[in-house]
Design a protein around this ligand. Structure first.
Ligand code: F6R
Length: 251
């Protein structure tokens, strides 16, 4: 795993933007793996600025998001469908028809709708495969070491599937739901660690001291399902871009 320590989120964003802009110039229909949350926002901003400044044609760029809450309608402002469209599709000017979020086919279907939910994960993995796989997957990391919504204990070989959200993650994400944990969905659909590991390049971003322990486990701990992000150690092309605070526990 390559570890790059940066001054701030903007510097990390520049590194991501240069990498992805170069990719799109070589492969106009590049497949981007997208994440929500705070960590990738500066990277999306930097990429959008570069696309504009250099007049890069993104009309054929495709995207697959990591995860989605279950039980929220797609139109809910905090659904990952809405979030990805607001933070990535619109600022970059991507074709929305080419950008997919795992819950799109479910559209707020109730958890009891087992039939709809049963095939959604495998269908999503098949769609990624049919697109030729993900070229660059951007990742954030949870304070508990999750990537996507693969919480501690998740199989390192997992595909896209429905999961229960960990209590800690619901606490962490309450800030998007009026600081009221009761409004945070209890379930999600997420790319598995096995799905994520198939991407050709992984770029994990983490900032702030709250991520220091998870980063230490990810980079210097043993590979273990207790820290799902530690699977990155087995990936042939993984780049971890972090600030000094997130790096503070590294040796
Ligand atoms: C988001 C996702 C999550 C976040 C993680 C960190 O699609 O899959 O794993 O990346 O929870 O969130 P932030 O960046 O908000 O600290």
């Amino acid at each position: 795993t390559e570890v790059i320590i940066v001054k701030n989120e903007d510097e990390a964003g520049e590194i991501y933007a240069n990498c992805v802009a170069g990719l799109i110039k070589n492969k106009p229909n590049a497949v981007l793996g997208l994440a929500t949350g705070s960590s990738p926002l500066a990277a999306y901003r930097a990429l959008a600025a570069k696309v504009k400044a250099e007049h890069i044609d993104v009309s054929e760029v495709r995207g697959f998001a990591l995860d989605e809450y279950l039980g929220l309608p797609l139109t809910h402002p905090e659904s990952y469908h809405s979030t990805i469209h607001r933070t990535v599709v619109e600022p970059l000017g991507l074709n929305p028809d080419l950008v997919h979020v795992p819950g799109d086919v479910l559209d707020g279907a109730p958890l009891e709708d087992g039939e709809k939910i049963e095939h959604a994960g495998a269908d999503y993995d098949a769609a990624i495969e049919a697109a030729g796989g993900i070229d660059v997957q951007i990742l954030g990391i949870g304070t508990d070491g999750h990537v996507g919504f693969n919480e501690p204990g998740s199989s390192l070989a997992s595909g896209t599937r429905v999961k229960t959200l960990a209590e800690q993650t619901r606490i962490d994400n309450a800030r998007f739901f009026d600081n009221d944990i009761n409004q945070v969905p209890t379930h999600c659909i997420t790319q598995g660690i096995g799905t994520i590991m198939k991407a050709r390049h992984l770029v994990l971003l983490a900032f702030g001291s709250g991520k220091a322990e998870a980063i230490e486990e990810t980079v210097e701990g043993g590979v273990s399902a207790f820290c799902p992000a530690s699977a990155l150690q087995m990936h042939p092309h993984a780049t971890v871009i972090i600030d000094e605070e997130a790096a503070s526990r590294l040796r």
